[in-house]
Ligand binder design. Structure first.
Ligand SMILES: Cc1cc2nc3c(=O)[nH]c(=O)nc-3n(C[C@H](O)[C@H](O)[C@H](O)COP(=O)(O)OP(=O)(O)OC[C@H]3O[C@@H](n4cnc5c(N)ncnc54)[C@H](O)[C@@H]3O)c2cc1C
Length: 430
């Protein structure tokens, strides 16, 4: 069970099958570090691990325990790319930066797999590809455009016809799809805990149960305030994503935290297991309110989708996911569902993550829009580059100001209305 969460979010397959959490004692006195990282998810831990390659003295402060946030709860899909296809990204950011962003995001699963191999992280990792199935002709055309655009950047994605997608996924609800061979999947909590272990082994100090309450920057250094006293740091990296609180005021208002939930079956009997995702790819479909799914290392089917701010409605949406799973895969029969959990994803107005300098010496990387497992790992490396002295203009992601969303206080009703509208458009095929 995930600690300090309502029961509707807490019954996590990943928590139930996790390796031991590394012993990270809370901070107990004032301290100093060259770099302080706030948040021990994939972004913060990847930053910490990459900083050790520069020989930089690093401390990670985590309010709960490593992997407690979305990094330890997600769908386990290491998906390449950003929300935007190559042409749109380059149109928006220009050729040079667009290309760098494409490379960073496109190779993010490779980076994660390389860390897993180098640090011998045991997390059922498989780079078996990512299937994006299409539910209608318009979404199939969008996948064709995606394949054509990546091909111009030297990346070969495989378009799948209806029969092939039916064989690869084990359902006949789709009309075709796209296989991206760069995609990978794994046990996300064990991946995150493995990053924490590797960072500690390389000399990073990680303190769990240590919430940062404020930051005071004077230009030369920042005082990172905790209940145990301040930590004096030359640079601070904020890696709190959807769990961002009022620590650094503009940041919280640049993000809309939205619940995402998952359910998982018991391990499937072999004859059923062979019929669902036999190649062990991860999949996420192209509907606007999408579902995403994969098998875990023990042959359980996991299905994920959108949650709601209310616990009662979230429980209903989890039940809906069970029903969707049985409709998509009638071969599941009466196999029971044993886990249901969830967490928050951080949405942004641009649908892109933000790398923002909040004060002299303080940088944040947040707003992964539900695809931060690989991308957060890659952004951790970008943060480490910055903390190690790489000039902002030379980073592989643009630094943009933290612009609070207008009408941020209306985020909950706005999200609800958007989800209802998107469901309707999917149903009507608009
Ligand atoms: C149900 C679900 C399914 C998802 N599925 C996928 C998927 O399949 N693929 C994918 O790519 N992405 C997925 N995501 C999104 C992905 O998990 C996130 O984008 C990613 O984990 C973000 O990592 P992070 O390290 O930036 O943040 P987090 O993992 O959320 O870590 C932030 C940490 O900061 C800590 N913190 C916050 N405030 C403070 C403070 N003041 N002081 C100290 N510590 C603090 C929190 O306790 C937390 O541990 C999913 C998310 C959810 C919730």
């Amino acid at each position: 069970m995930i600690a300090n969460e309502p029961s509707v979010l807490a019954n996590s397959l990943w928590a139930a099958t996790a390796q031991p959490v590394p012993d990270c004692a809370p901070l107990d006195s004032a301290a100093e570090a060259e770099v302080v990282i706030i948040g021990a998810g994939v972004t913060g831990l990847s930053a910490a691990l990459h900083l050790t390659q520069h020989g930089i003295d690093t401390m990670v402060l985590e309010a709960e325990t490593p992997g407690w946030g979305a990094s330890g709860r997600n769908g386990g899909q290491f998906n390449p790319g950003l929300k935007y296809d190559p042409d749109a990204l380059i149109a928006r950011f220009g050729q040079a930066m667009g290309e760098r962003m494409l490379h960073l995001s496109g190779s993010a699963p490779d980076l994660a797999m390389a860390l897993i191999a180098r640090h011998e992280i045991s997390c059922d990792a498989l780079q078996s590809g990512w299937i994006q199935p299409a539910h209608d002709a318009a979404s199939m055309r969008a996948l064709e455009r995606r394949a054509e655009q990546w091909a111009r950047h030297g990346i070969s994605l495989q378009l799948l016809d209806q029969e092939t997608v039916a064989q690869m996924i084990g359902t006949r609800i789709y009309i075709g799809g796209l296989l991206d061979p760069r995609g990978a999947n794994a046990h996300p909590l064990n991946y995150t805990l493995g990053l924490a272990r590797a960072a500690r082994a390389a000399g990073v100090r990680i303190h769990a149960k240590t919430r940062v309450t404020s930051l005071k920057t004077n230009g030369d250094f920042t005082l990172v305030q905790t209940a145990a006293g301040p930590v004096r740091a030359r640079r601070v990296l904020i890696c709190t994503n959807a769990e961002t609180d009022g620590l650094c005021p503009p940041l919280e208002r640049t993000l809309v935290p939205v619940r995402s939930v998952q359910v998982a079956t018991a391990p499937l009997p072999d004859d059923i297991r062979r019929t669902i995702l036999p190649g062990l790819q991860a999949a996420s479909d192209s509907r606007r309110v999408m579902v995403y799914y994969k098998m875990d290392g023990a042959g359980r089917l996991l299905m994920g989708g959108r949650g709601d701010y209310s616990n009662a409605t979230t429980a209903k949406l989890q039940e809906n996911l069970r029903q969707v799973s049985r409709k998509m895969f009638p071969q599941l029969g009466n196999v029971p569902f044993e886990y249901a959990w969830g967490g928050y994803v951080a949405m942004t107005a641009s649908h892109l993550p933000h790398l923002s300098r909040l004060a002299e010496g303080v940088m944040s990387a947040t707003g992964f829009n539900g695809r931060g497992l690989a991308l957060g790992t890659a952004m951790g490396k970008v943060l480490a580059d910055w903390a190690a002295g790489v000039p902002e203009a030379a980073l592989d992601f643009p630094v943009t100001p933290a612009r609070p969303l207008p009408f941020h206080f209306l985020r909950k009703p706005a999200v609800r209305s958007a989800v209802v509208l998107f469901r309707l458009r999917d149903t009507l095929g608009l």
